[in-house]
Ligand binder design. Structure first.
Ligand code: ADP
Ligand code: MG
Length: 700
């Protein structure tokens, strides 16, 4: 099996799809253990990259080991001790000696560690050295057994350490991986050689070997870089194909400069900022072209995206077509209608608002108006993409708050027209590396600054619960000055009735005990839309002083007179959510205050609170968020449907992300079907790793 495969790289690659049980040394029990690690196929095993390495090339003599440093040491097990200083505490101490000194490996409450070591055998420990009662020690060291005599073959090597599971020791797993790399590692390189040369990347088979068994740190880095690049590249080729599938369609070349646009521009109460002009030019430029637009407008809350969108709506109407603007919640959709609707009316553009709570009769009118083309612009929610809704001639789809809609819904609105221009707007600032990865098929325009910059920035304070009273006093004084306040209760899973009750109870307490003299309103996600709107309207009109809200989403509102917000259990919110919430205050001429009550005092919570207080810049915050959480989680949460990134690190590998995207676009632009036989392996790789998108591309 192995030997003939080695002669034919394509056959070897094909064998990657075989069950891992066909790999050397893999019996039934190991097959089962591997499957618990998510390793099903031979390829999974070859690509089970180590999460770290034990470096035996540079070991320190125990005498010279310094507390506070990270080291690898090698020695002979001198003694194994188990101590029980307290009823619920077990300490295992393994003392090793090397002729120059002694060092302890220490494990807490892992009594079984004692049986792992035998006096006289050689071991390597790695980790951070501390000094305890004058003894050098490493707590929970990474360790490797080197046999009775200190296997000289191991010394001088960099050993891979893999994530493993019960019933499969690190050394056995290492042996399985080594065999798999030997037998199945000689595969073709699917990266076009021009790219490999230009980017100075290692050949694939060398990289697959070196990432597992590097001979030096430099080689290890080079291998990881090569493999990280290929992950990003395959992903970007998939995205570029998705983008290309839309670009070959012929869309509407809109007329810029019609009467509605002219009217809008003349009657704007302000001048667009430079950034807004840039974004407007991007969007209108897309619309003027017959290539269907695929653009994302990224800008924090309050950066003025809506008015840019209004320009696009006018252009669609001027050109005799229709436009739809979809928001994720009824409150936001209604807010668009309230804000942009009048601009449309003034410009002579007939429009309507369609949501889940539009009365049946009105809905029928609107559906008819959209179908016969008498309505030019529709604002709305998911209601816009329901089956019964069709447009006479939709040429522009604007989807707001993209992250709350799936790709399917994004495409759903677009598919209400033929080759419709698509503009996605999001107020979730994400770092460029992540944007390129998640939305690599979209062009991007950024709004980074708020147009109204003469108001001082909102101040963020993290307040210990013991100073709750002071925060309530702050609300009082704002209300006394004629302002309004929000109190956001713990992030509530509205489907969890126990939680919902707790939040409602808290709201009650605030209304009756803390602010009995103020006008307190309550907004929960469980209220029916009509009830919600009633509360919202009252707040907007200033008839409510303090709005207690149990939901995050519905707070997507614009009330310039609201200047202060308190968030309970702040650490339960994501940084992006907190930042969105913060954007609700200080929207008018008065400065905002944003007060956080965290409850847990974990290190992670503390760092996140520190991050939110440290900056008002959403993009900077997103970057901090990503470094705190790791992009894996962020990607996972988005259920992006994109291939997994095992080695690429979006926080570190920005240059690789850019390079992969440029190269991917270049290759898809020159050869959209990847039909050249030379690109067969690449095409195959993209199909393998990206099947969902590939299906979409081939069907679209
Ligand atoms: P976003 O949609 O990005 O949250 P909006 O479009 O709602 O932001 O704009 C926030 C506020 O700023 C609105 O009240 C809007 O009227 C105002 N605004 C937008 N652009 C400008 C500008 N160029 N100059 C002054 N005010 C502006
Ligand atoms: Mg166009």
């Amino acid at each position: 099996m192995a030997s003939h495969a080695r002669q034919d790289p394509a056959a070897t690659r094909a064998a990657w799809g075989d069950s891992v049980s066909s790999a050397r040394f893999v019996d039934a029990a190991r097959t089962e253990a591997l499957s618990r690690l998510g390793i099903q196929t031979v390829g999974d095993l070859v690509c089970h990259y180590p999460f770290r390495y034990l470096d035996l090339t540079e070991t320190a003599a125990l005498l010279h080991v310094k507390p506070g440093t990270d080291v690898t040491v090698v020695g002979r097990v001198h003694a194994v001790n188990v101590k029980k200083p307290r009823p619920r505490l077990t300490i295992v101490e393994v003392a090793i000696v090397d002729g120059t000194g002694v060092l302890l490996g220490v494990w807490f409450n892992q009594p079984y560690m004692a049986s792992r070591f035998v006096e006289g055998e050689h071991v390597a420990f790695a980790g951070r050295v501390t000094l305890d009662y004058g003894m050098k020690q490493i707590r929970n060291p990474l360790f490797e057994k080197l046999g009775g005599t200190g296997d000289p073959a191991m010394l001088g090597r960099i050993l891979p350490v893999h994530r493993t599971t019960d019933g499969l020791s690190t050394s056995w797993l290492r042996r399985l991986v080594a065999a798999a790399v030997d037998d199945f590692g000689d595969v073709e390189d699917f990266l076009p050689s021009e790219i490999r040369v230009a980017r100075e990347l290692m050949p694939r088979r060398a990289a697959l070997r070196a990432v597992q068994f590097p001979s030096s740190h430099a080689e290890c880095r080079a291998a990881r870089r090569r493999l990280a690049f290929e992950e990003l590249f395959v992903l970007q080729v998939g995205l570029a194909l998705r983008r290309h599938a839309v670009q070959v369609l012929t869309g509407v070349a809109h007329q810029i400069g019609g009467p509605a646009l002219g009217h809008l521009v003349q009657n704007l109460p302000f001048e667009l900022t430079c950034e807004q002009c840039g974004a407007r030019d991007d969007v209108l430029g897309d619309m003027a072209s017959s290539v269907p637009a695929n653009r994302m407008l990224l800008g924090d809350v309050g950066t003025g995206k809506t008015v840019v969108a209004a320009h696009a709506l006018c252009v669609a109407a001027d050109s005799g077509h229709q436009a739809a603007m979809m928001a994720p919640t009824e409150v936001l959709a209604t807010q668009y209608a309230d804000k942009v609707g009048p601009m449309m009316s003034a410009a002579g553009v007939p429009w309507a608002l369609l949501t889940g709570s539009t009365p049946a009769r009105r809905r029928r009118e609107i559906v008819a108006g959209l179908a016969d083309g008498s309505l030019c612009v529709a604002f709305g929610t998911h209601a816009l993409i329901e089956k019964g809704v069709s447009f006479a001639d939709l040429s522009l789809a604007i989807v707001d708050e993209q992250h709350r809609f799936g790709v399917a819904q994004r495409l759903g609105l677009r598919s209400k027209g033929a080759a419709t221009d698509l503009l996605v707007m999001t107020a979730t600032p994400i770092p460029r590396s992540l944007a390129l990865t998640l939305y690599g098929d979209l062009d991007t325009s950024y709004l980074r600054e708020r147009p109204i910059s003469n108001t001082p920035q909102t101040v963020t304070e993290v307040v210990p619960v013991s100073r709750r009273r002071a925060a309530y006093d702050a609300i009082r004084s704002e209300v006394a000055a004629g302002r309004q306040a929000y109190i956001v209760c713990a992030l509530v899973d509205e489907s969890d009735s126990a939680q919902a009750r707790a939040a409602v109870k808290e709201a009650d307490r605030l209304a009756t005990q803390v602010f009995p003299d103020l006008r307190v309103g309550l907004l929960t996600g469980r209220m029916v839309p009509a009830e919600k709107s009633k509360v919202m309207d009252a707040f907007r009109r200033g008839e409510i002083d303090v709005l207690v809200s149990t939901t995050v989403i519905e707070v997507g509102i614009d009330v310039p007179n609201a200047t202060i917000m308190i968030v309970e259990d702040a650490e339960r919110f994501g940084l992006a959510q907190l930042h969105q919430l913060r954007g609700r205050v200080g929207r008018g001429e008065h400065p905002g205050r944003f007060i956080l009550f965290p409850d847990a005092r974990t290190e992670e919570s503390r760092r996140r609170m520190e991050a939110i207080s440290s900056t008002n810049d959403g993009f900077e915050l997103a970057r901090l968020d990503m470094t705190l959480r790791g992009e894996g989680q962020i990607l996972g949460q988005r259920q992006s449907g994109l291939p997994e990134l095992k080695l690429a690190d979006l926080t570190e590998d920005m240059d690789l992300v850019e390079a992969a995207r440029d190269d991917a676009r270049a290759i898809v632009d020159t050869e959209p079907g990847l039909d050249d036989p030379r690109n067969g392996p690449l095409r195959h790789e993209v199909e393998q790793r990206f099947d969902a998108v590939w299906e979409w591309v081939s069907s679209g």
